[in-house]
Design a binder for this molecule. Sequence first.
Ligand SMILES: [Fe+2]
Length: 416
Amino acid sequence: MPGMFGAFNRSLQPALKRARLLSGLRKTQTSWGHNVQFRGCSATSDTFHSHEDSLVIHYGGTQLHFNYVWLRDHCRSASSYNSDTNQRNLDTGSIDLTIRPEHTAVEDGHLVLTWPGGHVSTYSLSWLAENSYERKKHSVLQPRILWNSDIYKNANIPSARWDTFMSCDDELKKFLQNYLLYGIAFVEDVPATVEATEAVAQRVSLIRETTYGRMWCFTSDFSRGDSAYSQLALDRHTDTSYFQEPCGIQVFHCLKHDGTGGKTLLVDGFYAAEKLRQKSPENFELLSRVPIRHDYIENTDKHQNHMTGISPVLNVYPWNNELYQIRYNNYDRSVINTIPHGTVQRWYVAHRELTKELRRPENELWVKLSPGKVVFLDNWRIMHGRESFTGSRQLCGCYLTRDDVLSTARCFGLQA
Ligand SMILES: [Fe+2]
């Protein structure tokens, strides 16, 4: 908004050195300074107000607080920040923790601070607003559409098609948008081979190699010490909950099935968790605070593994309470010995309430995976399971690195 404040250039020289010396690093928010208004192009006036250790800017109807050390740390001048590499040059450890600007001004939609020693920092007000805690605590990092079976079916999300998916970036972008919103996305008409499945996965991201290999391909031969390698039904769960960082994305492709059953169950864990949060915030809070442990212990002739992941069942960002990960795997959940005695009963109650939500029939999306149809799942959100089956069933797939999938999406301009 160039010229927004051009007609009015007020500055503050709070002369607070004496107060600062007296107060040291006290975190008081006593209002002591001037209260200066400057005209904006909107109907409301914008204001900045100097406090002992921070500046308050009234912008767009909101009061935004900026700590002085934070402001110096986030200076975007060439000596402080390399705009080519988007990396900080400034040594944060060298900033005086009692630093205050000697001169404060707003001009042409920018905050201009002059620091002791003469260094000048300039920030656009829109950048400050966008990066303020106040803005972040009211916005989500990743917009999502939570679903039960009807919501998902009624949305009529189209599958991507192999040919266009592999060659057209717009098709990949649409696919990723659907994936981000719903946590699942499909590609159809994929040749029913491990090689084609690998190719379609690599179109999205780097493949995450694990103890199961780069591409895994399993049948009901019990070749690994895991129930997935059987014909048994599997209840809803997230995979690799026993990793410190569970795999972010899972890819499934059923290459062959001569028999009955074996439909795949998909459940939006966030939909169930948000229902729990609405109905019983204290149960949601407990599940998001108390860490528990999952283990994978395998001891066969060919494979020896012992992996451990420790985390709450529900994980939320503390600044906005946005849910970002659910770890729910009753098969792999280990001995509970991280919960104080007085909390164990309440934890089981909370876990039961979440389980009830996860098991509501209306939340279950059943999909028959057939050769050619590849599904991508957000393993931090979507649970999967399957019904039992007969006959020979060959499933292949892989895990993808979450960072790379989200990076691809962001490079397309998608919010993730
Ligand atoms: Fe699984």
